[in-house]
Design a protein around this ligand. Structure first.
Ligand code: GDP
Ligand code: MG
Length: 437
């Protein structure tokens, strides 16, 4: 989706003035891209209508940069479509806050229960996981494994009790043991059926959850939206967690869930690891879908993994293009704590672009890169332009690599710098203060 839209927008950006025909064509392409991304057709229709209304109005015609203005409108409307602002978990004023996790089998309930517990524990909460999936013995074990690896207690009663009784007992246990958040992992089914809904309704009425979250698999596209609609009608939802967004290249479910159900997406699952859960930010998601990358999430990820001051410095250097090998080396060391480099690069604006594929490194290359930079002198690191052929030879020998490897690293580095420059320029063109750190 991002690539398609980027093409369309590139055409628009270059235009000084936009006539109705340009606009019509651009909107047609946006419409097709959205439909192809499996966005609900009614949502697409309303969305295009809204953009058209704003775009043909004064907003665009009187603007100096009509192309950019259209992009801005698309971005804003896309953000609104996904709820506008971030929706957080509501905590009960009388703890414990009870969060009930619901959804179909395989959607990611158990994994997300753990991830959410981990996230809340990091925020200073004292969560308890409760195992209410009594149909598969493995499900209880799975939650225990998850709890253990996160160091979060799990309450279970085996599979000879009803989920309602376990849920109730779990909440009582939390009260008695100063747990302020109870996360109830429930059973799913392959399809929605009455039995499942009745069970969930019974749990709901017996423990009166503060939040009922629906976990849906983003990769199922429109099915995820249909499931959300149905759960919301029958059970009443407070929010949705969209899992496996790491595998969803189209973003269709993210765009339609809120519009169709009226319920916000509160979190997104970005991978199988227990740290791969992020709050959902509609504005960032819109930028991501529009192919601008997600520099804010990147910076946030960086900040939670290495120290804030250093991240700010890095960010400042990136902006002023003073970024040197010295900085690069320091970052490499920290980046190792941040997970696979591909995840991180994917969030940098423009990195999804095919033309930049040459920039991709894998984690082994990071180790090599570190060795190469270590063999540079301080002066070389700070002034990469002086690294001539004989210096390259020396560096290769010192790091146990080939001259080609050194060449490649320097080339990648220069390309990255160019990319950052592009980004800085792009940003100057967009609304002031748009990407604030
Ligand atoms: P449940 O049946 O709803 O409890 O689903 P599980 O929590 O057991 O998850 C089913 C599978 O989906 C597991 O293999 C998880 O590792 C995987 N999974 C869950 N969330 C994510 C995610 O955000 N990204 C990816 N890639 N896999 C996920
Ligand atoms: Mg499960």
């Amino acid at each position: 989706l991002a690539e398609k839209l980027q093409e369309t927008f590139k055409k628009l950006k270059g235009k000084g003035k936009i006539n109705e025909k340009d606009l019509k064509e651009a909107l047609r392409e946006v419409r097709l891209a959205l439909l192809e991304a499996d966005v609900n057709y009614k949502v697409v229709k309303d969305f295009i209508a809204k953009i058209k209304e704003r775009a043909v109005g004064q907003e665009v015609m009187e603007s100096l940069t009509p192309g950019q203005q259209v992009i801005k409108i698309v971005n804003e409307e896309m953000t609104n479509l996904m709820g506008g602002t971030q929706s957080k978990i509501i905590f009960s004023s009388k703890p414990p806050t009870v969060i009930m996790m619901t959804g179909l089998q395989g959607a990611g309930k158990t994994t997300t229960s753990g991830k959410l517990g981990g996230l809340l524990a990091k925020q200073g909460k004292n969560p308890l996981l409760v195992a209410c999936d009594v149909y598969r013995p493995a499900a209880i074990d799975q939650l225990h494994v998850v709890g253990e690896s996160l160091n979060i207690p799990v309450y279970s009663m085996g599979n000879h009790h009803s989920p309602v009784d376990i849920a109730k007992a779990g909440v009582e246990y939390a009260k008695a043991n100063q747990k302020d958040v109870v996360i109830i992992d429930t059973a799913g089914r392959l399809h929605i059926d009455e039995e499942l809904m009745d069970e969930l309704k019974n749990i709901k009425s017996s423990v009166q959850p503060t939040e009922i979250l629906l976990i849906v698999d983003a990769m199922t596209g429109q099915d995820a939206v249909t499931v959300a609609e149905s759960f919301n009608e029958q059970l009443g939802l407070d929010g949705v967690v969209l899992t496996k967004l790491d595998g969803d290249t189209r973003g269709g479910a993210a765009l339609s869930v809120r519009a169709v159900t009226g319920k916000p997406i509160k979190f997104v699952g970005m991978g199988e690891k227990l740290t791969d859960l992020e709050p959902f930010y509609p504005d960032r998601m819109a930028s991501r879908i529009l192919g601008m990358g997600d520099i804010l999430s990147l910076i946030e990820k960086a900040q939670s993994n290495f120290d804030e001051k250093k991240a700010m410095e890095l960010e400042k250097r990136l902006r002023t293009q003073e970024f040197t090998f010295e900085d690069f080396l320091e970052q490499l060391q920290q980046v190792k704590n941040m997970g696979p480099i591909g995840d991180i690069l994917g969030m940098v604006p423009g990195m999804n672009n095919k033309k930049l594929k040459g920039l991709e490194f894998d984690d082994n290359q990071l180790v090599q890169a570190e060795a190469i930079i270590n063999s540079m002198t301080k002066i070389e690191r700070n002034n990469p332009s002086i690294i001539n052929a004989s210096r390259r030879k020396r560096i290769a020998a010192g790091s146990g690599t080939k001259v080609q490897d050194v060449n490649k690293l320097i080339k990648n580095f220069e390309q990255s710098r160019k990319l950052m420059k592009q980004f800085t320029n792009m940003e100057k063109g967009s609304k002031k203060g748009r990407f604030k750190f």
